[in-house]
Design a protein around this ligand. Structure first.
Ligand code: ZN
Length: 440
């Protein structure tokens, strides 16, 4: 069922790899000035809608959502600082990180000394523009490279931010794929960062490709994909869907999964939820370089799903953790920083996760008294005298532990064998009449 269709995601033209296609989508989204509200988010979600049947929701500014209020909508058309000769020395048109996100509109003339407290750079990384926001405190400012800042001459400057903060709405994207049960698997990606590639385009792109693959597959679980602005997005979604969240069986926040680093998985607040065990199994049986971290109440939007009033089984998948790489939240987190092979590997890991979640089950051995004779059923593979191969071991483990109390994931962990091998062994044994589904 599941796997065949999902794997067909990899069927691409002879020259173009799956990673190329993923990177190309990121490149299309990269120049758009997204924020927690506004036309940049709408435009980005519409681009994703070309690929997956995403539903766009608009929540009016001023709507109370738990302890928060949906903010005014921010849109920006232009912004610059120009010198006395009219030359733009800081220009939003060159890079949308040049403006502090949610800057209030301004038109002023001021001296460099007066302007200085509004200018932000990173002295330790002199050629990078920092990413700064001020969503909930009205202010304005510009970000620039430290090299640019040092080159500014004393004198008077024209300062323009042609932006608006208006009572409109907050936009988010949602895709629900119904399965055989109404139990849900949730995937979340934030969509509020402007021209930053790993932090947040990698999550958007991988989630969109996964959703596309799942939309074409048979599904036991229902799947929900959320493309939300950071913090206020999941808080808004949770406030509007409180009655529905008990259906969420497994959830994952996807963020920063396109850089060259190894995977990092942050456990849910519960720490032993099935998603935690599944990710641990997949990551430790793979490359071996992955890190598993315990939950802490800082980070991405797992914070909202794992707040004590919800305590949902939602973990977070990253590669290099946020804040620990020098490109993080700067203009150096760009399309060159985003690796095609990393995007593709992240997608494949999630396809493996879905396969595991879909097919994990408890089984009962129908011939539990002594080992059943595998040879007469064509299941005996050992070449005799040279030891047993992993496939044969998988059959023996499944038969031995299938007393109805252990799931296939339990067996895979105990056998130190990949889930897929254990699952294939279980399917073979079911076909041979040696195994039946147990209590779930
Ligand atoms: Zn970020």
């Amino acid at each position: 069922m599941m796997s065949a269709t999902v794997q067909s995601t990899g069927t691409v033209g002879p020259q173009e790899t799956l990673g190329d296609r993923m990177h190309a989508l990121a490149a299309r989204l990269y120049p758009i000035c997204r924020s927690i509200t506004g036309n940049g988010v709408r435009q980005s979600l519409r681009i994703l809608s070309e690929m997956i049947p995403l539903e766009l929701h608009e929540v009016p500014s001023g709507t109370p959502v738990f302890d928060w209020t949906v903010p005014r909508e921010w849109n920006i058309r232009d912004a610059y600082v120009a010198n006395a000769r009219g030359e733009r020395v800081i220009d939003f048109r060159r890079h949308n990180l040049h403006v502090v996100q949610y800057s209030a509109p301004v038109r002023a003339r001021m001296t460099l000394d007066d302007l200085r407290s509004r200018l932000f750079s990173i002295p330790e990384r002199p050629n990078a523009i920092p990413y700064r926001t001020s969503y909930y405190k009205e202010t304005w400012g510009f970000c620039l490279t430290d090299t640019q800042l040092r080159a500014l001459q004393p004198g008077e400057y024209e300062v323009v931010i042609d932006a608006s903060l208006t009572d409109e709405s907050l936009t988010y994207g949602e895709l629900f794929l119904a399965g055989e049960t109404d139990e849900e698997v949730l995937f979340h990606a934030h969509c509020c960062h402007p021209s930053l590639a790993n932090d947040n385009l990698s999550g958007l792109v991988v989630a969109a490709f996964l959703a596309d693959a799942l939309a074409k597959a048979d599904r036991r679980y229902s799947y929900r994909f959320l493309f939300l602005p950071g913090t206020i997005g999941p808080i808004t979604w949770l406030a509007r869907n409180e009655q529905r969240v008990s259906r969420i069986r497994h959830g994952l926040v996807l963020s920063g999964i396109g850089d060259a680093g190894p995977f990092t998985y942050k456990r849910s607040r519960r720490s032993d939820a099935p998603i935690d065990r599944a990710m641990q199994h997949l990551l430790t049986s793979a490359a071996g370089t992955a890190q598993i971290r315990d939950f802490d109440p800082y980070g991405y939007d797992e914070r909202q799903y794992c707040s004590p009033g919800f305590n949902l089984p939602v973990g977070c998948l990253m590669r290099t953790p946020h804040g620990t790489y020098p490109e993080y939240h700067t203009s150096d987190d760009n399309l060159d920083f985003l690796r095609r092979d990393s995007l593709e590997e992240s997608l494949r890991l999630l396809v493996d996760l879905v396969y595991l979640l879909e097919r994990d089950r408890r089984c009962v051995n129908l011939s539990p008294k002594g080992e059943p004779q595998l040879g007469k059923r064509g299941l005996y593979r050992s070449t005799g005298g040279t030891g047993v191969d992993a496939r044969h071991m998988a059959l023996l483990w499944v038969l031995n532990l299938s007393d109805g109390s252990f799931s296939l994931l339990d067996i895979a962990d105990r056998a130190h064998l990949p889930f897929r091998l254990i699952e294939e062994a279980a399917s073979e044994l079911e076909t041979a009449g040696l195994l039946r589904p147990g209590p779930q």
